[in-house]
Ligand binder design. Structure first.
Ligand code: NFE
Ligand code: MG
Length: 569
């Protein structure tokens, strides 16, 4: 029998348009996978010929989810090009804002974008709240939102929606799917945290605005430093930051951590989430300045899942190519010389076997040609996974004591082997462990800043742009979805070329000229899907990367294709 093709489009709850096509054999095992961005936006070209001091503001608009990332990247790329070293206060403030972003982004991702791939809402209605309330103590010292009455209230609230047939955000899911593994009581605990996380994320958005002026899209960074000195010197603003940070830490310790432990136990025999699949190469960059010189997370590369060695990153080996992407220039180019000329070739007609076993005529991606707006980044010709898991693995393998402590404690408590980290479960746990590391260590940045402000109130380094000089520079760092780099060339005082190589581009890119798959595609091939008319396993794998297609596709037609059509936030 011919292979069946399954198309999931769109696959994300928000954050842009991503389409996944897979081909399964007669046992429903995925043989081929295609990751397609059907979204097209534009920014790398807008910034050309503009004043480089505006690069951060313009690039910020790539995405409202990792809303601070491209702003900081645009500014720090220009600082690198001009040789500017911002003062310590500015660096620490930027780190605090970044910590707030990670706390916000990771919590929203697990609960609101990924949680319902693990949690069966309808099952939670069958739970015994008294029993669930007791069970919550198995995973947390001070459980949150799990008093018997609170759990009962959660059930009542959700029941009203279900009885009316108005599931709202909980509609159209595959409730009752056989790969949901939590008990009704465990589902209820997690569902209560889902609702609690809605409140927490609102506070975390405020936390970003304390030094950022507003959220999304903070405005207090400038080339050379930060402009929020009034807030830094106001004890009530600092106190507000501290209060929200502590509240977030409590939630991470007693809800997020607890729920991942609970999921680890429940899902440890579900092959679709604990099988090792994927590119097995991981790359991350140092991030989260803690004091004058030390970062919480490390730089490096892990090859073939071998944690005994960490390789340094050689920036010259980073390329992007477009063999299967809707651009003209196929060949691998270093981002300083990257090109962005669109060449849309569309979809093809295909006769395929439908879900009911009958032949259907449909539109499918052109597997031999171009099939995505996302390019294929490579390091030394190899595909790399980036993201919180990569950051945690690289730090762990580098001997970073802070990260080793957190990872070892988690493995011990969950009873999972180190190998379990190289899986979908591990990727979701990795994001939580990164959040936990920030919650445990972020106060060091805060305290260093307070101490330094007593003796030094410098927030800005002045500079001059020489119009007769050519400059080039880059930002490389880790943002919530992984390693991000921005590359700028400045000539005659304006931006001559600009390229952003983004985490979701590394992870979601299509095959390259050698047929090598990126992380999304290679994490699907080999996985069995229980029921192809309910492809929950596919959704869970892809969501574990926290896809953001707005970030991954930020190029535009210089001839004026419409920029306003696709809105993400
Ligand atoms: Ni639009 Fe982004 C992050 C960046 S995505 S969310 O994190 O850069 O790859
Ligand atoms: Mg790009």
């Amino acid at each position: 029998m011919a292979n069946k093709r399954v198309i999931v489009d769109p696959i994300t709850r928000i954050e842009g348009h991503l389409r996944i096509e897979v081909e399964v054999d007669e046992n429903n095992v995925i043989q081929k996978a295609y990751s397609t961005s059907t979204l097209w936006r534009g920014l790398e070209t807008i910034v050309k010929n503009r004043d480089p001091r505006d690069a951060g503001f313009l690039m910020q608009r790539i995405c409202g989810v990792c809303t601070y990332s491209h702003y900081r990247a645009g500014i720090e790329a220009v600082e690198d090009a001009l040789g500017i070293e911002p003062p310590l206060n500015a660096k620490l403030t930027r780190s605090l804002m970044n910590q707030a972003l990670f706390l916000h982004d990771h919590i929203i991702h697990f609960y609101h974008l990924h949680g319902l791939d693990w949690v069966d809402v309808v099952s939670a209605l069958k739970a015994d709240p008294a029993k669930a309330s007791k069970e919550a103590f198995k995973y947390a010292k001070y459980p949150i939102g799990t008093g018997e009455n609170e759990l009962k209230a959660v059930q009542d609230k959700v029941k009203i929606f279900v009885d009316k047939g108005q599931l709202g955000p909980f509609a159209n899911a595959y409730w009752g799917h056989e790969t949901y593994k939590l008990t009704p009581e465990e589902n209820l605990i997690a569902l209560s945290h889902y609702l609690k996380a809605l409140e927490i994320q609102r506070e975390l958005a405020k936390m970003m605005a304390i030094f950022g002026g507003k959220q999304p899209h903070p405005q207090s960074l400038t080339v050379g430093g930060v402009t929020c000195i009034m807030d830094l010197l106001d004890p009530s603003r600092m106190g507000e930051y501290l209060t929200i940070f502590k509240m977030a830490k409590n939630f991470v310790d007693n809800a997020y951590y607890a729920d991942i432990l609970m999921a680890g136990k429940a899902f440890k025999s579900e092959p679709s989430v604990v099988q090792k699949r994927g590119v097995m190469n991981f790359m991350s960059h140092e991030e989260m300045l803690l004091n004058r010189s030390e970062y919480l997370f490390d730089t490096g590369i892990i090859m073939n899942g071998d944690l005994s060695k960490v390789y340094p990153i050689n920036e010259d080996l980073i390329t992007e190519e477009a063999t299967h992407s809707w651009y003209k220039d196929n060949q691998p180019l270093h981002p300083y010389d990257g090109k962005t000329n669109p060449n849309y070739t569309g979809f093809v007609d295909m006769d395929t076997v439908g879900m009911d076993g009958k032949m259907v005529h449909s539109k499918a991606i052109d597997e031999n040609g171009k099939y995505s707006w996302i390019k294929s980044p490579r390091y030394d010709g190899k595909a790399m996974e980036v993201g919180p898991l990569a950051s945690v693995l690289v730090s762990y393998a580098s001997g970073n004591k802070k990260i080793q402590k957190i990872v070892n404690e988690f493995l011990e408590k969950s009873g999972l082997p180190t190998e379990a980290l190289f899986t979908t479960l591990g990727r979701t746990a990795g994001r939580m462990l990164q959040t936990k590391a920030i919650a445990e260590n972020g106060m060091e940045t805060f305290n260093t800043l307070i101490e330094n402000l007593k003796v030094d109130q410098e927030t800005y380094t002045s500079y001059k742009i020489d119009k007769d000089k050519e400059y080039k520079g880059r930002f490389i760092g880790d943002v919530p979805r992984g390693m991000l780099s921005h590359w700028i060339r400045i000539k005659n005082g304006v931006v001559e070329n600009y390229q952003a190589v983004v985490p979701s581009t590394w992870n979601a890119g299509p095959k390259d000229a050698n047929g090598l798959m990126g992380p999304y595609e290679s994490n699907l091939v080999g996985m069995k899907v229980a029921d192809i008319s309910q492809p929950l396993e596919i959704i869970r794998v892809i969501h574990s990367f926290d896809p953001c297609i707005a970030c991954a596709v930020h190029v535009m037609d210089v001839k004026g294709n419409n920029l306003g059509v696709y809105k993400v936030d």
